[in-house]
Design a protein around this ligand. Sequence first.
Ligand SMILES: [Ca+2]
Length: 128
Amino acid sequence: MVDETDKTVIIDVGTDFALFVSQVNNANITLLQANSQPLSAGMLIGTGCSVQVLNEGGIALSTYEIIVPMDVGGDGRITSSDARTALRAAVSLESIQGIYSKAADANGDGRVTSADARAILRCAVGLN
Ligand SMILES: [Ca+2]
């Protein structure tokens, strides 16, 4: 799901390079990790990665930040660590911003609360 206003794209957890490329019909894109290094084949796409849409000359026309819902840490997986980060953010022990905050807002109410941490933990242990 692409948000042209925020320049973000939401993708499913577990999406790797090859799957993403196939989902965008092999469009001329490049995928970058959060540290701006290219994502290589087989790597999972996590929150904080970005996708650049390129023209035929390989020049980036636009860049979108990637959000993987509930992947707060950005490793492309949903684990108890993500729930921990969300809970720490919920009680103001940690600050998460931007797309990471959006990833942590599991129920989509615009806030990061213990309910989000619970939802992430349930997903991490396979209850959801
Ligand atoms: Ca929430």
